[in-house]
Design a protein. Structure first.
Length: 95
């Protein structure tokens, strides 16, 4: 599980032991520093839509899509993204 804090990601690890459930563990967080960012619209509504004045919620108060995990044998990788302020507009940060 991952959630973001102030210019960092907080990683929790979950190990399941199906044979002995009492041996299952949930540990963390491991703090992973990232480049400084500001959530798009402060996590609120400001994204314009064509053909209407109604704006969309940036959903920048949470990580977007899903956390993807890959084990390449020699190394492991996590990929996630979220909406951020980029100059005078918005963008998607891929972490």
């Amino acid at each position: 599980m991952v959630y973001f804090g102030t210019n960092n990601l907080n990683l929790f690890k979950f190990h399941v032991d199906f044979n002995t459930p009492a041996n299952s563990t949930f540990t963390g967080p491991t703090v992973i520093p990232v480049a400084a960012f500001s959530p798009l619209c402060g996590g609120g509504t400001c994204v314009p839509q064509a053909g209407t004045t109604q704006q969309l919620d940036s959903l920048a108060d949470r990580l977007m899509y899903r956390l993807a995990y890959r084990n390449f044998g020699t190394h492991e990788s996590l990929v996630v993204n979220h909406s951020v302020t980029a100059g005078s507009g918005g963008g998607v940060a891929l972490v």
